[in-house]
Design a protein around this ligand. Structure first.
Ligand code: 13P
Ligand code: SF4
Length: 332
């Protein structure tokens, strides 16, 4: 079968029909063995993809896994900045992203030229950036962080050192609150977490007074203020598992509910609603571009592949490696 490379240019993924009689899960397993490939998946992708993945985790765990795997090929069931981070950490490996359109509104909220100007205007500040950024932003960054280690990374910096925190203003505000710092925040946000409706969450809480509200720190402050627990996706998952509470209103992307239900089948998980009652606002449309069919084609034909300019890779590597080293030292 010849592959139509213009698919990648025009559509961002290989649009190849697959024989309906094929068992995709079995074929993907075979291809993984043949090619010494692994599938890394973020908690936000569809449950059926999490089930065929070799490793499912949050952004920090995924980057740690990408750095240490012995596989020759990494298929990243997530979004572009995650695959790019994997390529930065493991340049000798082939890193594949099933659909190149899987971007991130938060990463998009921080254009390189504007950010470079902002950094230049504040020469006495160091730069801490969330991992949800492009390689170009990471190259302008001193230390990368994720939602699992943002507090600890900030606390590892002397108190008198001024800091720019980018691009998520909600996470930045939250970290300012828990550390007592006054970091200068870039004005970016994630379209999923920014859209949760306080009013509708409180209505849900009224209907379910026994439910705990749990939220990702990318949510806006009023949501965090009414939450019983705030944490990264893995921290939220652990919280629902390691206590005897029974019902949770979950303010983060809906994909995480798959693992929560899997790990605590008797508990009740209610996805937090967004402002618009007609939309699936708690779905990240980028994460949801991943599908089993696209993963099969991507693994079979080894496309689309993530390529990175070596100079840019080396520059962005420094800030990611610092994060991994600090996290290792702190046992995160
Ligand atoms: P974590 O994986 O750090 O919980 O962040 C969630 C997210 O927004 C990933 O895009
Ligand atoms: Fe980006 Fe938000 Fe989607 Fe995460 S949920 S990938 S931050 S757009």
């Amino acid at each position: 079968m010849s592959i139509n490379l213009s698919d990648i240019k025009e559509k961002g993924f290989l649009d190849i029909d697959i024989d309906k009689s094929i068992n995709l899960t079995n074929e993907i397993e075979k291809l993984k063995k043949e090619k010494n490939a692994i599938i890394l998946a973020h908690y936000y992708v569809e449950g059926e993809i999490q089930e065929i993945a070799d490793f499912v985790g949050d952004s920090l765990a995924l980057s740690q896994e990408a750095a240490k795997t012995n596989a020759d090929i990494i298929v990243f069931a997530g979004v572009h900045f995650m695959a790019e981070t994997a390529k930065t950490l493991s340049p000798e490996k082939k890193v594949l992203l099933p659909d190149l359109n899987a971007g991130c509104s938060l990463a998009d909220s921080c254009p390189t030229q504007d950010f470079a100007k902002f950094v230049k205007e504040h020469p006495s500040h160091m730069v801490i950036s969330y991992i949800n950024t492009t390689a170009e932003i990471k190259a302008l960054t001193d230390i990368v962080c994720t939602s699992s280690n943002a507090k600890e990374i900030v606390e590892s910096i002397p108190n008198d050192q001024k800091i720019i925190f980018a691009p998520d203003k909600n996470l930045g505000n939250y970290v300012n609150g828990v550390t007592g710092r006054e970091m200068l925040l870039w004005n970016g946000a994630c379209h999923v977490h920014h859209e949760f409706s306080l009013e509708r969450i409180l209505e849900l809480k009224k209907e379910n007074p026994d439910a705990k509200i749990i939220a990702h720190p990318e949510c806006q402050k009023p949501i965090l203020l009414v939450s019983d627990f705030i944490g990264s996706t893995s921290a939220l998952l652990k919280y629902t598992l390691n206590n005897n509470l029974n019902k949770f209103i979950v303010a983060t992307e809906s994909g995480i509910l798959h693992q929560m239900k899997k790990e605590s089948p008797s508990k009740i998980f209610i996805p937090a609603p967004g402002e618009d009652s007609t939309c699936a606002c708690n779905d990240c449309n980028y994460m949801k571009l991943n599908s089993v069919k696209k993963i099969y084609n991507c693994l079979k034909y080894e496309l689309p592949e993530i390529k990175l300019d070596e100079d840019l890779r080396k520059k962005s590597y420094v800030s990611i490696k610092r994060m991994l080293d600090i996290s290792k030292k702190l046992g995160l």
